[in-house]
Design a protein around this ligand. Structure first.
Ligand code: ADP
Ligand code: MG
Length: 211
């Protein structure tokens, strides 16, 4: 059923999720515009009982900027949970081994304010699970859509793997929990710091993470 609802927060078979994991931790932290930084160990603590996979954490914080494109219109807006989709080109520029799942961080549309967000990196069933999608739900009420605008995000932490859901209610309730978890995490001082990062004040054209 979740396939009909949204390609977003959800829907990869568990087997695929585990298959996406790779052994080995460490390596570089998230990079941006040629510089790399690593978050403090405290900020890497798992939020809600899901052990963050090394393949998720070694790339964080991950800074990314790209245009918002039309997704598949599967009703996420109707659920009250619109997700701004990045283009295929931006999705392909993500580290190939970054784990699928639900993450939290900060987001900014154009030169607007920086808001909390939850983000899904997942396999899109529309394309028979051969294409990843990266979708951001900004925890803010916008007056209108912002297709075509530049969305800047920093992905900071991992919440959970993708899941299948048996019902719409279960799906909505899981997303609401993700949103609450993101809000709590992002209030931590070490995460609040990233809200003020210069990245959000760079000119839109500046190249970040290779795009
Ligand atoms: P699509 O399938 O085209 O991605 P959605 O139903 O997921 O459609 O809606 C996403 C669009 O909704 C975004 O591209 C954006 O223009 C708009 N939008 C409005 N408010 C938000 C929000 N808080 N977070 C993300 N997108 C939003
Ligand atoms: Mg969407």
């Amino acid at each position: 059923m979740s396939h009909l609802i949204s390609p977003l927060f959800l829907v990869a078979p568990r087997a695929r999720w585990w298959g996406a994991l790779r052994a080995g931790a460490g390596g570089s932290a998230g990079c941006r515009a040629g510089s790399c930084r690593r978050l403090s160990p405290a900020s890497r603590a798992r939020p809600n009982g899901h052990r963050p996979p090394p393949a998720a954490m070694r790339h964080l914080p991950y800074f990314c900027r790209g245009q918002v494109v039309k997704g598949f219109g599967r009703g996420s807006k109707e659920l009250g949970i619109p997700t701004a989709n990045f283009s295929e080109q931006v999705v392909e520029s993500f580290p190939s081994d970054i784990s699928t799942g639900i993450y939290y961080g900060w987001a900014c549309v154009g030169n607007g304010d920086v808001h909390k967000m939850v983000l899904s990196i997942g396999w899109n069933p529309f394309y028979k699970n051969i294409k990843k999608s990266v979708e951001t739900h900004i925890i803010h009420t916008f007056k209108e859509d912002f297709y075509g605008e530049i969305l800047s995000i920093v992905i900071i932490g991992y919440i959970r793997p993708e899941k299948n859901f048996d019902s719409l209610e279960a799906l909505i309730s899981a997303i609401q929990e993700d949103i609450e978890e993101a809000k709590r995490q992002l209030d931590l001082p070490e995460h609040l710091k990233l809200k003020e990062d210069n990245f959000f004040h760079l000119p839109e054209g500046k190249i970040v993470n290779n795009h």
